[in-house]
Each structure stands twice: as C-alpha cells, then as structure tokens.
Design a protein around this ligand. Structure first.
Ligand SMILES: C[S@@+](CC[C@H](N)C(=O)[O-])C[C@H]1O[C@@H](n2cnc3c(N)ncnc32)[C@H](O)[C@@H]1O
Length: 447
C-alpha cells in the first residue's frame, strides 16, 4: 500500500500541478488542487528529488474551487483546471508564467516578474470554444479520449470545451453504421469544425489503403450524420482520400473555412485550411491575439515583415493588409498551399509564402542579404532556438514571439536577451480555458 498523508498546497506550478511537502520534507506534486487547500494525497511515484501523488480528499477547500461540470473530469486526461473558477484559472496561469520568468532568470524577483506582465486576456468563451477534437479508436472500434496515464479509451458523448456543432456530431456518431464499419480500420479520428459553415469534417487516420467499398461507406456517413459535410481518410504514405477516391487536390467543399475580423477598420480575412493542417483551436481568442499583434506591430506600408512559422497565413495575411511586404515560411507543404490560396482569396499580392524549414529559411534569407522591420516567431512547443543566431542579421529592430510553451519561451527569451533584444511587453492569452496550457505573446526590441 502506497504512503498517504495530508499536506497544504503551497502553489500551483507548470503542468497545473499543486506543490506541497510530505511530512519528511520531500516536494510533492499533485493534480486537481488549488493554492491554500489542505488535501490528503497518496504517493504514486517516487522520482529523484520529488514525489508524484494523487488526490484522495480535499480536507479544506479553496474558495476558488468549483464542481467540475464534465463527467469525464479526472478520467480523460484533459481539462486539468476544471475544478477552478474561471477567474482563478487566469490567476493561476499568470502565476505559472511569473514562475517561469523568475526560473528563466528573465526577472530577478517575483515582483519584478509580475510587473513585466500585462493583464491576462480572458477567452471570450471559457467553454464551448474548441474548433477541433481528436478521438482515439480502440481495437473494438470504440471512440473516445485516452484515460489518464493509460491507452484505454474512455467513451465520450459530450465535451464541454468543444463547440456546440462538434458536440451535436459527437452525440449522433454512434448511430452511423457506415462510420462503425470504417472505424474497424481507424486508429484516430478528428472532428473539425468549419466555422464559416457551422458544419464538420471527419478526418480518419485509416490503417490501410481504402477499397471501393470504403468510399461507399464514406459517402454513407455524410448521408447518415447531419452536421457532417465531408469525411476524409488519411493514409500514411498515400495521402488523403475523399468519397470520390484519392484527393491530391482537395475539392473546395473539403476545406475548412474561417473568417477573421481583424479590427482597425480592415476588411476581415478569409482563411481556408486543408484538413490535417494547423489552425488555432479557439477562434475568438485567436481574433484577440491578432488584434494585439497588429497593435504592437504598428507596421506601415514602408515596412517588411517575416513570419517564420506562418501556417496557413493566420498572422501573415492580417499583417499584409497593413505592411508593405510580408514573407511567410512553414515546413508543412499543405499549410503553404493553403496560405497561397488564402493570399489570392483575399486579393493580397504583397505576400510571398515558401515551404521552408525555419532555420534553413532564415539562413538563406541572411545569405541573400534580406532585412525585415518585424520578425514573427510562432513556433511549435519545442520553441525555435536553432533560428535565433540568425535573427539579429534578419530583423535588428522588432520581434513578436507567440508561444504555447512557457518553458521553451523563457529559454528562447534568455537567448534573445543575450543577443541584444529587450522585452517590452508580455501578455498571457487564455487560448485553452479549463486546461493548464498557456499561450503568451511577447514584444521585443533591440536595446
Ligand atoms: C503553432 S503553429 C503556428 C502557425 C500560425 N502562426 C498560426 O497562427 O496558425 C506552428 C507552425 O510551425 C510549423 N513548423 C513546425 N516546425 C517548423 C520548422 N522547423 N520550420 C518551419 N515551420 C515549422 C508548423 O507546420 C505550424 O504550421
């Protein structure tokens, strides 16, 4: 039997875990708790220098504690902040970001770090915001999320953080016999909402090359499920298949469509995305991110912008409405195809998109002697350390760094400070309510 004891939660740290001490003074990390709470925990794992524990009982609850509204809370591995009120979630995230700034030596003290941060930007929707949902499929064809710390599939009938149109599909998916037949060969399935049409596309990771009978099933799902406009099968090494067969060029109706109001009296930007490519999960918060970006960037027609992780042009295209010229690069071919299509859809001819790995792209621009007034960095979780040695030659003025991982962000900000950039503004954007994930935007200028 593992050891159980009571402790006081001193703070909540990265990963949304509460930190306290065991009776013999070891650091204990435990999920599902809030600062100030007295809780009873049981040790799950002994690690070097700390213990991982599970929550047995909340003995004294924080006033910020709320009853999680999802029946899967604590079982599905998502939404690890659902036990906190929404204002408390924002406060906790701001504190976690502050801890990162101190630990990354970007600030000498807690109060210096707090003073660096702007007001956190709440999400316009704290529930019902997600535009896409990924489900696992087990060997019996059952769909759901992975149980916490396991690969067992937990069936999901509703997901409170997903948009209503996704939940309508979730609630009826079990009734489609055609889908059940396809799931036998499916490992994962994504429900992707196309917000401009309020309809969903199902993207199935299919384990074999589809046969004619599978295409009939694909067409059957669209007929059987209201709210599903398209089903696509993605087969590793073979690409995407629609009900009509291999789809090297996706038909227009198989694209996701978004319209981004960008403020500043500018016309909205229309975006199309090939299913499977990256797009921001929280549409309204993405709009606030873009509006902050344009406000900090203050670009004019005389200026050039470089966006090294441009995706489908989510930031590059709003920028191109104001800047003289924008260059966007991304590793993913489908993202660049979408970005080019989006540029012409919006009549923007001052933007060039290239399929390039960021470090290689930065190197080649330096070799050509290209210079930019503003550099946008929005890398994946791992950050972009490899790019940083080139940035002073490329953009000696201003950088805006958007990050979904505060640990790699603070590491990269340390490097940028070493290169001569100073942090002017840092602001947390709550892109992922009910979870401990953080999105941060930072404005840097050479000092
Ligand atoms: C966090 S997403 C941001 C995309 C875009 N800025 C947006 O807001 O939708 C990161 C993007 O970086 C791309 N990416 C990942 N690694 C890369 C690399 N080494 N070089 C260039 N692009 C990369 C991904 O394909 C993805 O589109």
């Amino acid at each position: 039997m593992s050891e159980a004891f009571s402790l006081t939660v001193e703070k909540v740290v990265a990963g949304g875990l509460g930190l306290g001490h065991s009776p013999d003074g070891m650091v204990v990390l435990v999920p599902g708790v809030l600062p100030g709470e007295q809780v009873r925990v049981r040790v799950r794992q002994r690690k070097k220098g700390f213990l991982n524990a599970e929550l047995l009982e909340v003995e004294t609850a924080s006033p910020d504690r709320v009853t999680p509204l999802c029946s899967l809370y604590g079982r599905c591995g998502g939404c690890d902040f659902q036990h906190a009120s929404y204002p408390a979630q924002l406060r906790l995230k701001q504190e976690i970001l502050t801890q990162h700034l101190v630990r990354g030596r970007l600030a000498a003290t807690w109060s210096e770090a707090s003073a660096m941060l702007g007001e956190p930007m709440p999400s316009p929707r704290s529930l019902g915001y997600r535009l896409r949902l990924r489900l696992h499929v087990d060997q019996l064809g059952r769909m759901g999320f992975h149980r916490l710390h396991s690969h067992e599939v937990v069936a999901v009938g509703q997901c409170p953080i997903a948009r209503a149109a996704i939940n309508r599909v979730l609630a009826t998916m079990g009734s489609s016999q055609s889908l059940a037949d396809l799931l036998v060969y499916t490992r994962e399935l994504e429900i992707l909402l196309s917000p401009a049409e309020e309809s969903c596309i199902l993207l199935l990771d299919f384990s074999r090359k589809p046969r004619p009978a599978d295409f009939a099933l694909v067409r059957g799902v669209v007929q059987e499920l209201a709210g599903v406009s398209e089903v696509l099968l993605r087969v590793e090494g073979h690409g995407l298949f629609s009900g009509a067969g291999l789809a090297p060029q996706l038909p227009e109706h198989a694209m996701l469509r978004l319209s981004l109001p960008v403020g500043l009296d500018l016309a909205p930007v229309a975006l199309t995305v090939e299913p499977g490519g990256f797009y921001q999960v929280n549409q309204e918060q993405n709009e606030q991110l873009i509006s902050q970006l344009l406000d900090w960037a203050k670009v004019s027609r005389k200026e050039r912008v470089l966006d090294l992780f441009c995706g489908v042009g989510n930031f590059s295209l709003p920028m191109a409405r104001l800047a003289g010229q924008v260059t966007g690069m991304d590793l993913q071919g489908s993202a660049i195809r979408s970005a080019r299509r989006n540029a012409s859809l919006n009549g923007l001819d001052n933007v060039i998109f290239s399929k390039m790995e960021a470090a290689a792209g930065a190197c080649s621009l330096v070799t050509k002697g290209e210079r930019f007034d503003l550099l946008l960095l929005d890398p994946p979780r791992g950050g972009c350390r490899e790019v940083l040695p080139r940035v002073m030659a490329l953009a000696p003025g201003t950088i805006i760094y958007i990050s979904c991982d505060p640990a790699t962000l603070t590491r990269d900000l340390g490097d940028l400070q070493g290169l001569g950039y100073g942090i002017e503004q840092i602001r947390l954007f709550d892109m992922f309510p009910q979870t401990s994930h953080l999105e941060t935007m930072v404005l840097l200028k050479t000092v």
